[in-house]
Design a protein. Structure first.
Length: 210
């Protein structure tokens, strides 16, 4: 089976859970749901609008700061960034604007303007979004195309750990989550695009274009 993350024919059947088939890549160690079990777009949207993420919610900002703070630390002032998959309440973009950066927004459901593909960005941030990618290989290739030299990609997503816990993992139980990464997955992604890769802390990765 072709891995949707690293695009290599190295995926094998991993588990069947609640009638749904999952694959695991032997190269990048990503685990992903078989496409025939994806939600319909209208059902995905209904799930997304049930999220209550307010731009000024203190707890939500504290959660996003796990990525924002290490990302901001390595950025030059007034860097141009793209919040990719920002959702209906782009709190991370607002936080980075408060740090002096210039932010653009994209979300296929809430900010669907694709004019960003004609721009170049100093950084791209992607929080609680990569697990929704139906074609991660294509998405990360796009990031490479629109990222400037020495540009940075910041990703926040829950990493897989003990595979014996996968079946009951809350992250897997979200019906819109279709692909699951770990540290090795991002190291392989970075290697494929000639990026540097740093696992800043659990569930947080920064990748830099050389």
């Amino acid at each position: 089976m072709l891995c949707i993350v690293c695009n290599k024919k190295t995926a094998k059947i991993f588990k069947i859970i609640e009638g749904k088939q999952y694959w695991k890549c032997n190269k990048c160690l990503a685990i992903f749901l078989d496409k025939k079990f994806y939600l319909e777009p209208i059902d995905e949207y209904s799930h997304y609008i049930s999220h209550k993420n307010c731009i000024y919610d203190a707890d939500y900002r504290k959660f996003l700061a796990r990525l924002m703070l290490p990302l901001d630390k390595i950025l030059q002032r007034k860097s141009i960034g793209l919040d990719y998959g920002c959702g209906p309440g782009p709190a991370l973009a607002k936080m980075l604007e408060e740090k002096g950066h210039i932010m653009h927004l994209y979300d296929p459901n809430f900010y669907p303007n694709k004019n960003f593909i004609n721009k170049v960005f100093n950084f791209i941030c992607c929080t609680e979004t990569a697990e929704h990618f139906h074609n991660p290989f294509k998405e990360f290739s796009l990031f490479n195309n629109i990222l400037s030299s020495n540009g940075v990609i910041g990703i926040m997503t829950s990493f897989t750990t003990d595979e014996s816990l996968f079946e009951n993992w809350h992250y897997r139980r979200d019906p819109t989550h279709v692909v699951f990464y770990n540290e090795t997955t991002f190291q392989v992604i970075a290697f494929q695009h000639n990026w540097d890769c740093e696992i800043v802390k659990k569930d947080i990765v920064l990748m830099k274009k050389k």
